[in-house]
Design a protein around this ligand. Structure first.
Ligand code: GUN
Length: 283
């Protein structure tokens, strides 16, 4: 079998076109969706992600502000800034780019963001609502993955979904969203024994470990759906996923590429959450 490739950039483009129309309507009613991104330090990967988020916001008409702070910014200064943004009614979404410098406690920062402006969906209140099966701001990468599956009418209910990786940003929440869609979910991680037994049983396989070509065609089930969340830069400078695309493509029914796969959907769902916030979803 040769897989159908699910291009996230194509789905992202069509969703963003619809969002632009929605934003235009909000603007007619005097509401300009606003996103503020805080970037601490000068990590090149973070800078590039943040630029991508800003560019995409501008394109759909969301007003975006980038606040760049030096890497020696104190935790208290960051918390003060977040409080100020929490109280600014023009700001509908607050995103603090992770990772943070070691002297700043990530969880304290996340919990300081007003849950009603937590467009990353990282606040414990929003995570709790997600686990309870309620509507809320869902974390962007997991939410984008669900949209990709739905765009191809891929059935989730009753399927064996295996998630490789258990990060707070991707692995844990994507498993939860798949569970909410009635999949049977298994998590694999660095301590999992005989991982291949699990990955080969997966109807839907989500790979988010951050290691180039961690899995290949030998590790997957014939006819499965393979979602590759990895973004790894090879020594040649080329970007590649956690899955060896060429071998996996020959066995899977559907597969996502890297680049042009999950990445563009992450940003798209951030825009979605920002618009949702501007529509006063929490009131
Ligand atoms: N760093 C890598 N991915 C993300 C994300 O989705 N949100 C934030 N805030 N930081 C990140």
């Amino acid at each position: 079998m040769t897989a159908e490739v699910i291009y996230g950039n194509v789905l992202a483009e069509s969703m963003r076109n619809e969002m632009k129309e929605e934003v235009d309507k909000l603007k007619e009613n005097g509401i300009v969706p606003g996103l503020t991104v805080i970037l601490i330090g000068s990590d090149p990967a973070s800078q590039s992600y943040v630029k991508g988020k800003q560019k995409a916001s501008d394109k759909v008409g969301i007003h975006s502000d980038l606040i760049e702070l030096p890497s020696d910014t104190t935790e208290q200064a960051l918390l003060d800034l977040i409080h100020q943004l929490n109280n600014d009614e023009k700001v509908h979404g607050i995103l603090v780019q992770l990772p943070l410098p070691k002297h700043i406690r990530e969880q304290v920062v996340i919990e300081t963001i007003d849950p009603s402006k937590d467009v990353d969906g990282f606040h414990p209140i929003n995570i709790g609502r997600m686990i309870a099966g309620k509507d809320t701001f869902f974390p962007c990468t997991p939410y984008g993955i669900i949209q990709m599956l739905k765009s191809k009418n891929i059935e989730i209910e009753g399927k064996n979904a295996v998630v490789v990786g258990r990060s707070n940003i991707v692995g844990k929440p994507v498993g939860q969203l798949l569970l909410n869609e009635n999949a049977t979910v298994t998590y694999c991680h660095s301590r999992t024994k005989n991982m291949q037994a699990y990955t080969k049983s997966a109807d839907i396989l989500i790979v988010a470990v951050g290691r180039a070509h961690f899995l290949s065609g030998d590790d997957i089930k014939e006819g499965s759906v393979v979602i590759d969340v990895g973004v790894n830069r090879l020594e040649t400078g080329k970007l590649t996923g956690d899955v060896d695309f060429e071998s996996a493509k020959e066995k899977a029914a559907y597969i996502t590429p890297v680049p042009k796969g999950v990445g563009p959907m992450t940003i798209t769902m951030l825009l979605h959450n920002t618009i949702k916030s501007a529509k006063k979803y929490y009131n």
